[in-house]
Ligand binder design. Sequence first.
Ligand SMILES: NC(=O)c1ccc[n+]([C@@H]2O[C@H](COP(=O)([O-])OP(=O)(O)OC[C@H]3O[C@@H](n4cnc5c(N)ncnc54)[C@H](O)[C@@H]3O)[C@@H](O)[C@H]2O)c1
Length: 259
Amino acid sequence: MTGSMNGKVALVTGASSGIGQAIAAALAKEGVKTVISGRSVQGLSETASRVKAAGGEVHAIEADLMDPASVELLVTDGAAAFDRLDYVVNNAGTQGEVNVVADQRLESYEEVFATNVRAPFLIMKYAIPHLLRQGGGAIVNLASGGGLVGVPGASVYCASKHAVMGLTKVAAIDYAKQGIRVNAVNPGGVDTPMLRKFFESIPGDDARAAARAAFEATHPIGRLATAEEIADAVVFLCSPKASNIVGIALSVDGGYVAN
Ligand SMILES: NC(=O)c1ccc[n+]([C@@H]2O[C@H](COP(=O)([O-])OP(=O)(O)OC[C@H]3O[C@@H](n4cnc5c(N)ncnc54)[C@H](O)[C@@H]3O)[C@@H](O)[C@H]2O)c1
């Protein structure tokens, strides 16, 4: 492998399934060594197999991002695994509950904000000194179409992803001159365990099929994205091809927010 990303090291959170797993495999194809993190040992082992099949080197770390001490340890151990850190992909996330605002539970709010906002904030806080030691790098935060527009019933999730956009923009401004580019990728609907779990929670086969069809119809392209389509955008934003791209929301959503 002789590409411009060859030998770089990436930390990818939420890498035990869905988009995170696809990101780790896509980075490996570019010669990037990956530190993969998640809560499911089995999922991490599946991801490690995909990374190795793509010719990559991989190091797995089990961590619950709800726990700030575990987040700090993850970054310390992650940076030590291959003795450098160039890219950070804050991908782990949780969807919370689908309900009108008055019926949202405080416990769900706390879980969503701890996972979707506090964890990426802490990972950036602890990882940035490592990136600066390499002379720069790239951070990609997985936000969402729900970080740019409102999605009915998803107030808490949307608020958390709007917060991710705020963190992304300000971190981008803070570190632009020091060679760290911070950007967000904003998917629409992506066919992953997260979305499947959401549809499975709808009672009744007909209602479930109708909800999925109605959701797909909100995407002008007429279908959900694959995890690999999102991973390609993450790899691009990490790569030198994105050298002048700073603080953006890159929508990969089949036209969802343009609609
Ligand atoms: N699937 C979609 O339609 C969609 C759309 C827009 C944005 N996103 C975002 O993309 C990202 C990836 O989601 P996905 O669709 O692959 O879902 P997923 O559920 O397959 O993956 C999310 C990952 O995050 C991990 N995670 C959640 N809470 C964690 C915690 N406390 N500690 C450690 N890991 C934790 C999960 O274990 C899982 O591996 C998320 O940030 C999500 O909000 C997804």
